[in-house]
Design a binder for this molecule. Structure first.
Ligand code: ADE
Ligand code: ZN
Length: 327
């Protein structure tokens, strides 16, 4: 397989295989009753329950060494999926039970694993510190302080995930201002569970240049035009949206309508083991549903390379990898 896929929206903890989490739980004798199905998959029936199970599963990640191991496992899978470049959401909130004072040590462990993986498999990782919206604006500012402390050529962005129906978006503006002042690039989940107004609010209040999901913008024509004109990039995760019940099937997913109207879309897997997906599965289903060919996927990856938060030397490597190869 060639290594020329780009993934801009992957939660590091959300990419943990259930067997990895179950193994750590057993090592630490942590009770994870209710987290897994009988077949060992993550078990949830709603978005609210998904967030609870996610937090229970991540509670076993208690040391920098746990994160080093997790990063290696996740990057092995990225290599197997032909993904050259990944931006991972890293949440200081989930590192060691919410004590943010050790954040720099966790980040160092993640980076060390990323450097090993790059040397071994050629895969490139960059980090985006991610606040958890339903923990509230004050904790979001604490995550932004973590991002400020470690901002640089590896920790390249700041974002927000979690339940977008909690709180008013404007309450999080200060955290995003802190990150912007530290030179970080900005993205936020919006327009996944909440409607088009949430997308407009993220643009107006958080002044993000990319949106996590953003797909519900399709419900407002003027907003779709605004996204197209501004060149805002959507980190679209179709398999995640379908698994969580936002859309009944692949053909009903709005990614094709958004793309056809000139919105810059990319494809990611979000939390692949939770949603029984992988980048290969996303590509196969999109090709089936919308008749997308190799040129279409090359365009998606080109958009992702252009919108990546990495430095321009790294970006040039990504764009080079996308050049058609002589047979
Ligand atoms: N955290 C991890 N995955 C998420 C998603 N799909 N939406 C919101 N928060 C998340
Ligand atoms: Zn996400």
């Amino acid at each position: 397989m060639s290594h020329d896929r780009m993934e801009l929206h992957l939660h590091l903890e959300g990419a943990a295989p259930p067997a990895f989490i179950a193994g750590l739980a057993a090592e630490k004798t942590i009770d994870l009753t209710g987290v897994f199905d009988a077949d060992g998959s993550y078990s949830f029936g709603s978005f609210a329950r998904f967030l609870e199970v996610y937090e229970a599963a991540t509670s076993v990640l208690q040391t920098p060494e746990d994160y080093r191991r997790l990063t290696r496992v996740v990057l092995e899978e990225q290599a197997a999926q032909g993904i050259l470049y990944t931006e991972a959401f890293l949440s200081p909130e989930f590192c060691g039970g919410g004590d943010l004072s050790a954040w720099a040590e966790y980040l160092a462990a993640i980076r060390e694993a990323a450097e090993e993986a790059e040397e071994q498999d050629g895969v490139i990782l960059r980090g985006i510190v991610t606040a958890v919206r339903h923990f509230g604006p004050e904790r979001a500012r604490m995550s932004a302080a973590c991002a400020q402390e470690t901002a640089g050529d590896w920790l390249v962005g700041f974002g927000m995930a979690g339940n977008e129906r909690v709180g008013r978006t404007g309450e999080y503006a200060y955290a995003f201002d802190m990150a912007r002042e530290a030179g970080l690039r900005l993205t936020s989940h919006a327009g996944e569970w909440d409607g088009p107004q949430a997308v407009a609010d993220a643009l107006d209040h958080l002044r993000v240049e990319r949106l996590g999901h953003g797909v519900r913008a399709v419900e407002d024509d003027a907003l779709v035009d605004r996204l197209a004109e501004a060149g805002t990039v959507l980190e679209v995760c179709p398999g995640s949206n379908i698994a969580l019940g936002l859309y009944p099937d692949w053909r009903a997913h709005p990614i094709e309508r958004l793309r056809a109207r000139g919105v810059r879309v990319t494809v990611s897997t979000d939390d692949p083991p939770f949603f029984h997906t992988s980048m290969s599965r996303e590509y196969d289903r999109l090709a089936e549903a919308f008749d997308w060919d190799a040129a279409e996927f090359r365009t998606l990856n080109r958009v992702a390379a252009e919108a990546a938060f990495c430095d321009d030397t790294t970006r040039a490597r990504l764009i080079e990898a996308l050049e058609p190869k002589d047979a």
